[in-house]
Design a protein around this ligand. Structure first.
Ligand SMILES: Nc1ncnc2c1ncn2[C@@H]1O[C@H](COP(=O)(O)OP(=O)(O)OP(=O)(O)O)[C@@H](O)[C@H]1O
Ligand SMILES: [Mg+2]
Length: 213
């Protein structure tokens, strides 16, 4: 079991949507996925999703769930909230990868880069950036490149296309979860592969550090 947390101080960058998409992508590839709801909002009413969804707002339940999950296969996915320094410390030390989603917006980039630097200064070495809501048109990509230029390229694990229908993953299943549209399914599968690749790179980095020591 690998632990992945979506974090970042700036609100509305896609932490929740991407955490669901990752869980869905894992499920479609036959890997068990455990979604941890940790923000202050009420949890969703989920019904028939192909991944497990837990109300983990109480830090004790989260810790118990993470300890239990470690013995299983698959992905343990934390949807973290915005401004939570103490919680951030816990996830950076307990998870294999912390993903900070960046939407192409100057304010988001500035706030989340500051956050990323702070986590790294505190000793986190597995924090990575994921560009979210990336435009599909070349002209728009050229336009947003100026906002994204400050993010160190080696920290970027991938890009997630702007896909309005992703919002369907963030709402209650009423009455039951329906198979998302193809664009959302494809995005979810790609995100799963992106994250698995990043986890592989991190594992290699850890290995070479151990050898060097
Ligand atoms: N790739 C995307 N394409 C289009 N819209 C997106 C994408 N990712 C997220 N969104 C939309 O952006 C909004 C914010 O997303 P979300 O709630 O997941 O962000 P968040 O970081 O969890 O916010 P908060 O900090 O409030 O918890 C939602 O309306 C969501 O549907
Ligand atoms: Mg959220």
């Amino acid at each position: 079991m690998k632990g992945v947390a979506f974090a970042g101080k700036k609100g509305g960058t896609g932490k929740t949507a991407l955490a669901h998409a990752l869980a869905l992508g894992a499920a479609w590839q036959g890997a068990p996925a455990y979604f941890m709801h940790t923000d202050d909002r009420e949890p969703l009413h989920v019904n028939g999703r192909p991944y497990a969804y837990y109300d983990a707002r109480d830090p004790k339940s989260l810790e118990t769930l993470s300890n239990t999950a470690l013995n299983n296969d698959g992905l343990f996915i934390i949807d973290s909230g915005g401004n939570r320094p103490k919680f951030d410390k816990w996830i950076t030390k307990s998870m294999d990868l912390v993903i900070i989603p960046f939407m192409p917006d100057p304010e988001v980039v500035k706030t989340n880069l500051d956050h990323m630097k702070r986590l790294e200064e505190e000793g986190a070495c597995t924090v990575r950036a994921l560009i979210n809501a990336y435009p599909s048109h070349r002209n728009e990509r050229e336009y947003v490149a100026q906002f994204l230029a400050d993010i160190p390229t080696e920290k970027i694990i991938g890009y997630v296309a702007k896909t309005e229908a992703i919002r369907t993953l963030r709402i209650d299943d009423n009455p039951s979860f329906k198979t998302p549209v193809t664009r959302v399914n494809n995005l979810s599968r790609r995100l799963y592969f992106t994250v698995m690749e990043a986890l592989g790179v991190i594992e290699e980095e850890k290995g070479s550090k151990r050898q060097a020591a």
